[in-house]
Design a protein around this ligand. Structure first.
Ligand SMILES: NC(=O)c1ccc[n+]([C@@H]2O[C@H](COP(=O)([O-])OP(=O)(O)OC[C@H]3O[C@@H](n4cnc5c(N)ncnc54)[C@H](O)[C@@H]3O)[C@@H](O)[C@H]2O)c1
Length: 336
């Protein structure tokens, strides 16, 4: 069979990883890339051997014969680029979040529904991580009883703050950028929608976030329609590395994923004592998940089926994140 011809839009902190993963994905070929950075395009040409390089997505789509695109541009472009590509007859993989406003999310959902022959997949990669998949299987098999609490911590390393601050001007905020993963996981594991949310936080180390009405560390407490609870913490200042830990407490058992976030199974015994190292970036921690989700996207196109995750899941996670942002900014409990 002919390989799925893929174009990647955005070659930054995550985009290059997706482009590289396409080159090793069965039934797919990396045909074109698009970035605003000449330096990134040069790197893609040299390291990935891609010769069709563009600074404008429309030029890429109109000039090159593609089957699918992977959108890894800044979040505020996701909706318009998804809609444009779907209308051009392309399958679309879009990084999270689906969009930065709920109206835009709903517009994407509408265009996805109007193009049923096209695969649309959203990049909530934690759903494709082997440990998260295993936890989900345990829950679905009833091994923890009734899930009553989801606890999610997602903290970026402080060593990455320079890049994060550069991104801050076009970031929709910490709840939409980071906590959106945990809002998605909470819905996935608890199998319910939230009914209320209260969020707090602040600029504890990096006052720069104040000008964007954002915090460097934020948290939220949620109640769900099935009476389950969720506590979510999203930060940017972990000194030890990239800290993603998740807990699901059930009536009969508790599951913990990465409760001591670690790079691998090696223990180091040295003058510091006995310790385990921590992953330093999302690319490192979720390396397998990023590969799995891209393989699933291509498999869905080839096998003419839809991924489990839908555009509506993207809208719901973005809606919760938007309400968390509102609660944080106005210090109010929000009934959803
Ligand atoms: N799943 C995850 O854990 C995860 C991790 C990181 C980033 N992301 C998401 O990926 C997206 C990109 O994040 P990043 O950290 O790689 O950003 P980045 O700033 O490092 O890179 C952005 C890239 O997009 C390009 N770009 C900017 N405007 C563009 C436009 N209008 N059209 C085409 N290309 C454009 C830039 O040239 C650059 O190559 C964001 O939406 C972010 O939420 C997801």
């Amino acid at each position: 069979m002919n390989k799925i011809r893929v174009g990647v839009v955005g070659l930054g902190r995550l985009g290059f990883t997706h482009a590289e993963n396409i080159t090793s994905t069965k039934n797919a070929s990396l045909i074109a890339v698009c970035s605003h950075s000449e330096e990134e395009l040069k790197k893609a040409k040299e390291k990935l051997g891609v010769t069709n390089c563009f600074t404008d997505i429309k030029k890429m789509v109109e000039t090159i014969d593609l089957d699918a695109v992977i959108l890894v541009s800044p979040s505020n472009f996701h909706a318009e680029q998804s809609i444009y590509c779907l209308k051009k007859g392309l399958h679309v993989f879009c990084e999270k979040p689906l969009a930065t406003t709920i109206d835009a999310c709903k517009e994407v959902e509408k265009i996805v529904a109007e193009n049923p022959s096209k695969v649309f997949m959203l990049g909530f990669m934690r759903r494709y991580d082997p440990s998260y998949l295993y936890a989900k299987k345990c829950i679905d098999e009833g091994k923890i009883g009734r899930p009553i609490l989801f606890r999610g911590y997602s903290v970026d390393p402080n060593s990455a703050i320079e890049g994060a601050l550069k991104y801050a001007a076009h970031s929709p905020g910490q709840f939409i950028d980071m906590a959106v993963h945990d809002f998605d996981l909470a819905r996935w594991f608890l199998k319910a929608e939230p009914t209320s949310i209260y969020a707090i936080g602040g600029c504890y180390l990096h006052q720069e976030y104040k000008q964007y009405d954002d915090g460097d560390n934020v948290s939220a407490l949620l109640k769900f329609e099935n009476e389950a609870m969720a506590f979510i913490f999203a930060g940017r200042t972990a000194t030890h590395g990239y800290n993603v830990e998740t807990e699901i407490v059930g009536t009969h058992a508790t599951l913990r994923i990465g409760s001591v976030p670690q790079k691998n199974l090696v223990e180091i015994l040295d003058k510091e004592g006995v310790r385990k190292e921590c992953s330093q970036s999302f690319n490192e921690r979720f390396d397998v998940a990023f590969k799995n989700e891209i393989q699933e996207f291509i498999a869905c196109i080839v096998e003419e089926r839809y991924p489990e995750i839908s555009a509506h899941d993207g809208t719901q996670a973005s809606y919760i994140a938007e309400m968390a942002t509102e609660s944080f900014k106005n210090n109010i409990l929000i009934n959803l």
